[in-house]
Design a protein around this ligand. Sequence first.
Ligand code: NAP
Length: 331
Amino acid sequence: MKMARKLMNAVQYNCYGGGVASLKHVEIPIPVPKKGEILLKLEATSLNPVDLTIQKGTMRPFFSRKFPFIPAIDIAGEVVEVGTGVTKFKAGDKVVAFLSLSSGGGLAEFAVASETMTVPRPPEVSAAEVAGLPIVALTAHVSLTQQAGIKLDGTGPKKNILITAASGGVGHYAVQLAKLGNTHVTATCGARNLNFVKSLGAEEVIDYKTPEGEALKSPSGKKYDAVIHCAKGFPWSTFEPCLTANGKVIDLTPGPSAMMTLAMQRLTFSKKQLVSLFLVPKIENFEYVVKLVKEGKLKTVIDSKYPLSKAEEAWAKMMDGHATGKIIVEF
Ligand SMILES: NC(=O)c1ccc[n+]([C@@H]2O[C@H](COP(=O)([O-])OP(=O)(O)OC[C@H]3O[C@@H](n4cnc5c(N)ncnc54)[C@H](OP(=O)(O)O)[C@@H]3O)[C@@H](O)[C@H]2O)c1
């Protein structure tokens, strides 16, 4: 006979759409870790724009999901139980994990994570700080290293980089990571964040609501070798005159026009490129960004923290789209 599991508090929704109003506080059984999984008592979860995209149903063709669904992907917590075959972790370990987009689970007191996408949390780093990392720091890392060709040990030729929406989750990590390489960083953000983004290391910062910001023009007239595009919108015709001859736009928010641009570039053999990026997380990159935080080379800036009982406020803040750094739910 199966033992009944203890109950936990969680926030879930039962259908696509509905925004904040569809979030429901429930008491449900604590999940059971299967083979290769670990059960975590959560300490912190960070929210991401993709959590909203999943709720809207926009990703339905790629990730089927069952309802009710507990949202949120980026979590930090303590291991309380391990499934069969788990070798890397034991009860009592503090960790940070990347849940799958189709299973979610982060807005709950307990969650199961795959051993393969979990990294130990260094004791000198708080749960809230590591919880900010998974989706956005890995996206910033892969964009800069794999796509823009920046070596984070500072070697390699100097490159001019533009980072749009540099005050947001991806952008604030991207500026710091870019400055570990041999780069000159130009960044865009709102007027209230100009000094903040400068403090992260950007040499030139442009208010996105000015004519220069709308044109993405570097104040010193530099052309960009790579653009890490975290803001939304901007046609190719805005990027094109700002790029060097082999310049590349790494587009994290591709819309329908990205396909057209790509087709045109193929037809015209353009050396300037637009690349749409969708993160495929790799454990070695995850370990690397956690190590950078431990060494004090990368920091998480926290916009705001909420208890699980006020998850709706955190969700509304995310929907608002004006966070500076990361929005965290703490347990
Ligand atoms: N493709 C992928 O694999 C991938 C992975 C991660 C994220 N993403 C996408 O990347 C985007 C950024 O994610 P995020 O987590 O960084 O978002 P976020 O934290 O919600 O970004 C909010 C920040 O963006 C700033 N911002 C908004 N519009 C701007 C503009 N036109 N120019 C400059 N700054 C602007 C806001 O500044 P103000 O408050 O001053 O307006 C705010 O500080 C999202 O669309 C997300 O879905 C894609």
